[in-house]
Design a protein around this ligand. Structure first.
Ligand code: AMP
Length: 241
């Protein structure tokens, strides 16, 4: 990911230094809140995998398998896919060996049913959750997503304003022509935000009520590096408890 580097002196902290048992970091925020970028920083810092349900679902669509065919229309329309499907995908993924020491959930859970299932999964896996809520303003999200481009080859995200590629329209890393993700089109973005308000916002209340480890970070104005520093400071305090 372009520009995602541990800043000098920060180093990569082994997960063992900041926790005593397996930790599930739940990265929470509306579409366009910077979840993906912050997840990449966290991966680099903690050396645990990012589990993005959006990426897993897009991979099924790309591969053209039965799951991909079943979900392609809902994804295009910006609607959520079924709880059963994402719960199953996450269940399988968190039991892979690389997720043993912990993992970062990006885009999951999105509904109360998913959150309840996730808490059961984590209890069974003896993992504890740390919830990070990226708080952003609605209008800022719309303008941010409108400028968003992705490299179809390596997945690096760019933004016309906050993270432009060195050469307009081209990936810094592999020179591939950047594209607008299907679900970043404006009408789809509005639908995704409406979905978020309706189904996911209540989860913030759910976690406020049920989780002892929740961080709420202002992610509206500052550069991703600054937002990450805020997360890092609070996270260190939390996982040491
Ligand atoms: P994302 O990349 O996380 O913004 O997700 C893109 C799209 O994938 C969403 O608009 C949904 O259609 C679908 N999706 C991703 N995660 C979930 C989830 N946890 N539950 C249901 N649908 C999801």
């Amino acid at each position: 990911m372009a520009g995602v580097k541990a800043t000098p002196g920060q180093g990569a902290v082994g997960i063992a230094e900041v926790r005593t048992k397996s930790t599930a970091i739940i990265l929470f925020g509306s579409p366009g809140s910077g979840k993906g970028t912050q997840a990449k920083y966290l991966v680099e810092w903690l050396r645990i995998p990012q589990i993005s349900t959006g990426d897993m679902l897009r991979e099924h669509i790309r591969s053209g398998d039965a799951i991909g065919k079943a979900i392609v229309e809902r994804m295009r329309a910006g609607s959520l896919v079924s709880d059963e499907l994402v719960n199953q995908l996450v269940f399988e993924r968190i039991h892979q060996p690389d997720a043993e020491r912990g993992f970062i959930l990006d885009g999951y859970p999105r509904t109360t049913a998913q959150a309840e299932e996730m808490m059961r999964l984590l209890a069974a896996a003896e993992a504890r959750e740390v919830v990070i809520h990226l708080v952003v303003d609605y209008n800022i999200i719309i303008s941010r997503i409108a400028g968003r481009r992705v490299c179809p080859k390596c997945g690096t995200l760019y933004n016309a304003v906050s993270r432009p590629p060195k050469t307009e329209g081209v990936c810094d890393l592999d020179g591939t022509k950047l594209v607008v993700r299907d679900d970043d089109r404006e009408e789809v973005v509005r639908e995704r935000l409406a979905q978020y308000e309706r189904q996911t916002q209540p989860l913030i209340e759910f976690f406020r009520a049920t989780s002892e480890r929740m961080i709420e970070v202002d992610a509206s104005h500052d550069a991703p590096e600054v937002v990450f520093e805020r997360i890092r400071v609070q996270l260190k305090d939390l996982v040491r408890q």
